[in-house]
Design a protein around this ligand. Structure first.
Ligand code: FE
Ligand code: FE
Ligand code: ZN
Length: 277
């Protein structure tokens, strides 16, 4: 069975997102933990959480994916910016425990002139400051397109961050198909090779989720502009191969394509049609 979801708006709460996911044929979803501008989080409503837990149980949902605000920079040169990221991670992880055993994705950040190595060290220090032995949430580092001074566009960088994290069973990777293609991994012409590279450098056991997006830009463009499924430079054939690849097909795929809810429903239907059980 294809495990599929898309990015949903969290404004109406958890149970509303789960209901919406079911309506569009999904068995999971992604959402922002808080407003990416202003960082305000919706207050936890325990009745809503209870409803949510019931719905996901009855409908056999797989792990949902929370996304940290993309406006944070956990490896900024400015201490206040770094501290804000840390504070938000801690609060998000606390909130995540109301819906235990799910996943939390974040962008490693931009080193803005400090250099890749310094950035890697700061990110792993931040992770060590926020991860607790007790948490049930798995934190995912997202593969990035390498825009500006972004860290995480190379598998080696993610591996180095993870190597320095103390509680290794609490971290993994979310591979974004638009980002890796923009970042210089040719998943259109050499999917097997890229998967092999990932396995050699990071280990496929660390790959926990896929952001399934087409790309508005050409290979290795380092731009990060998502396109609708089949309408970008990846194309439907490459996407068909990705969701059916023997090393990937068991994972959960999260759409972050430029769509409203109807567009997501159509993409989910299309993907289910080309997925081979
Ligand atoms: Fe992201
Ligand atoms: Fe993404
Ligand atoms: Zn992106």
């Amino acid at each position: 069975m294809l495990n599929i979801g898309c990015h949903l708006s969290a404004s109406d709460g958890y149970s509303a997102m789960a209901k919406q996911a079911i309506e569009i044929g999904a068995n999971t979803f992604q959402f922002f933990t808080r407003n990416p501008r202003g960082f305000k989080a919706k207050e936890i409503d325990e009745t809503d959480i209870a409803k949510f837990l019931q719905i996901v149980k009855e409908n056999n949902f797989v792990k949902i994916l929370a996304h940290a605000p993309y406006t944070l920079n956990p490896c900024s040169a400015d201490k206040r910016v770094r501290d804000l990221a840390k504070e938000i991670f801690i609060d998000d992880l606390k909130r995540m425990e109301y819906t235990p055993n799910n996943m939390y994705n974040f962008h490693p950040g931009s080193h803005v002139g400090q250099g890749v190595q310094a950035g890697i060290d700061i990110i792993s220090d931040t992770l060590n400051d926020v991860i607790t032995k007790e948490q049930t949430t798995i934190i995912l580092l997202e593969t990035m397109s390498g825009k500006g001074s972004e860290i995480g566009s190379k598998f080696e960088e993610l591996k180095q961050i993870m190597d320095k994290v103390k509680f290794k069973n609490k971290i993994g990777v979310c591979l974004d198909t638009c980002h890796v293609y923009d970042g210089g991994y040719d998943i259109v012409n050499n999917l097997d090779g890229v998967i092999e590279q990932f396995d050699t450098i990071i280990g496929l056991d660390k790959l926990k989720a896929i952001h399934l997006n087409d790309s508005k830009n050409q290979f290795s463009s380092h731009k990060d502009r998502h396109e609708k499924i089949g309408e970008g430079y990846l194309g439907i054939q490459a996407i068909e191969k990705i969701i059916n690849h023997s090393k990937l097909k068991h994972l959960s795929f999260f759409l972050e394509t430029p769509n409203e809810i109807d567009g997501y429903a159509k993409e989910i239907e299309l993907l289910k049609n080309i997925y081979k059980d």
